[in-house]
Ligand binder design. Structure first.
Ligand SMILES: C[S@@+](CC[C@H](N)C(=O)[O-])C[C@H]1O[C@@H](n2cnc3c(N)ncnc32)[C@H](O)[C@@H]1O
Length: 251
């Protein structure tokens, strides 16, 4: 069976992740991280963790299961001149003490682990009075629609729990607040965007490999849905609105 680290080593997340890094930067800018202890789960290349350090967090720890991505996070934090502690670990079993953080964040990462253990571990790490804040793609946004376009090719795949408010609250608890947010992603064209996904995005690279001969048909559906959301091109390419959800749990 493929481990999470093997899965996320496929392709090169650093290339595509930068296209949708804005929510992580926005989260760090709006969460009042100054003088707080922050733990960023499934930190990947460290987008959110590095932004939190830049915004004056007292301490920042980035946790991820994929060594290649953590190496890139180390490189980026050094280039940015910020101090972040990086831990290679599964986010459901983090070697940090209980109540160690004022803020536990995760941008498009915690949602890839089993929800029960992931949410329990995030809650364990956060101090009373602190917050767990994580993002996930919204069902009606670009990435939700991409998943829906590909779903017929993966019969039996579990329905995601993190694309809609009620589903999130049924797992995370009725005290969870779920807000819709949005950012603008610039792409050259739908075709070029799908080419990037099929070369560099682990879920799409792995999905395409498992589909084999069915991939060209799935790929056409993928291009079509990106075309629908992307609309007409402007002078700099397509400026694509992308909706996502921000879930907050109180510690
Ligand atoms: C879509 S990327 C998001 C990365 C980063 N948070 C960002 O906003 O760019 C998903 C990340 O989740 C990590 N991941 C997946 N399952 C994990 C697990 N069980 N424990 C820790 N990290 C995990 C992957 O290694 C990858 O870095």
């Amino acid at each position: 069976m493929t481990t999470a680290a093997e899965f996320w080593t496929t392709g090169d997340y650093a290339v595509v992740g930068d296209l949708w890094a804005q929510p992580g930067r926005d989260l760090a800018a709006t969460l009042a991280v100054r003088d707080r202890d922050v733990v960023d789960l499934a930190t990947g290349t460290g987008v959110t963790a590095i932004a939190a350090a830049r915004h004056g967090a007292r301490s920042v720890t980035g946790v991820d299961v994929t060594p290649d991505l953590l190496r890139e996070a180390v490189r980026r934090s050094r280039a940015a001149g910020v101090d972040v502690t990086w831990i290679e670990a599964d986010l459901t079993d983090v070697p940090l003490p209980t109540d160690c953080a004022d803020l536990v964040t995760s941008t498009f990462g915690l949602v890839f682990a089993e929800p029960g253990p992931a949410l329990a571990e995030a809650r364990r790490l956060v101090r009373p009075g602190g917050r767990v804040v994580f993002t996930s793609w919204a069902a009606e946004g670009l990435f939700g629609r991409i998943r829906q376009a590909l779903a017929p090719y993966f019969p039996g795949a579990p329905e995601p729990w993190h694309e809609e408010r009620d589903a999130i609250r049924s797992l995370a608890g009725a005290d969870a607040t779920v807000e819709v947010s949005s950012f603008t992603m610039t792409i050259e064209s739908p075709e070029q965007f799908v080419s990037l996904l099929e070369r560099f995005s682990a879920p799409i690279v792995n999905g395409a490999a498992s589909l084999g001969d069915a991939w060209p048909s799935a790929r056409r559906d993928l291009v079509r849905v990106v075309e629908e959301v992307a609309g007409d091109a402007g002078p700099d390419g397509h400026r694509v609105p992308v909706d996502y959800l921000v879930t907050t749990l109180s510690g």
